[in-house]
Design a protein. Structure first.
Length: 227
């Protein structure tokens, strides 16, 4: 359990839980962006020193990542970044296709003007990638788009499961691009168009259309990865 000790930052009070979550997200993002590639051993000593914490809370972070399938603890070796098999990838994508429809129909949190503005900013980032293409920037954009659209449901278990599945497979796309198996510029063009269509549906309040567009996006993304 993480205690509730409070650390003061310039952004306000930061509890031990907040710090735990931030460290977890930071390491998770490094795995998803292949800064820690599959098979790499994570040094508890180095990570604890970097984040300014003892190894005990760091091990809780690593245990959470292991529960999410991103790392595995190997006896006598240490904590290693996992890989993912194609069959598991296919199963995850099939499940994500169904869950995404629930994200716009179950316990819906309708978008307001502030939310729409955030999606417009995401579209601007997608359009900017056309002139300055970057696989890692694209991956970061997709992560932010996923998390933003997930806010359309207030159902906590659904959000938790959806996050777990997304981050379990998020790095696969980047691996494919790095290996030149996917055309980055084509992906950017397709993605920008999809974000634009989703934005228009959000402005119209048609969340059903948003759900089906996202389902199609997941399906086509997987098809392009395995072609």
């Amino acid at each position: 359990m993480v205690d509730d000790e409070v650390t003061q930052t310039r952004d306000g009070p930061l509890t031990a839980r907040d710090r735990f979550d931030r460290i977890h997200e930071d390491i998770r993002d490094r795995i998803c962006l292949l800064e820690y590639p599959p098979g790499e051993k994570l040094s508890e000593v180095e990570l604890a020193e970097e984040f300014g914490i003892s190894r005990t809370p760091l091990r809780r972070v690593l245990a959470r990542l292991e529960d999410e399938g991103l790392v595995t603890s190997v006896h006598g070796v240490g904590t290693m970044v996992t890989d993912i098999e194609m069959e598991e990838l296919a199963q995850v994508y099939r499940l994500r296709k169904e869950l995404v429809l629930l994200q716009t129909s179950l316990d819906v949190a309708p978008p307001d003007a502030v939310y729409i503005a955030r999606v417009e900013a995401l579209l601007a980032r997608a359009e900017a990638l056309k002139t300055a293409p970057s696989a890692k920037s694209f991956s970061t954009l997709d992560r932010d788009m996923f998390l933003t659209l997930l806010e359309l449901t207030a159902n906590t278990p659904l959000r938790t499961m959806s996050k777990r599945l997304y981050f379990r497979t998020a790095r696969i796309w980047l691996q494919q691009v790095t290996a030149s198996k996917i055309d980055l510029m084509q992906e950017i063009e397709v993605y920008a168009r999809e974000v634009r269509d989703i934005l228009e549906a959000l402005k119209l309040g048609d969340l059903d259309a948003v759900g089906h567009m996202r389902r199609s996006h997941i399906s086509l993304s997987f098809a392009r990865m395995i072609k």
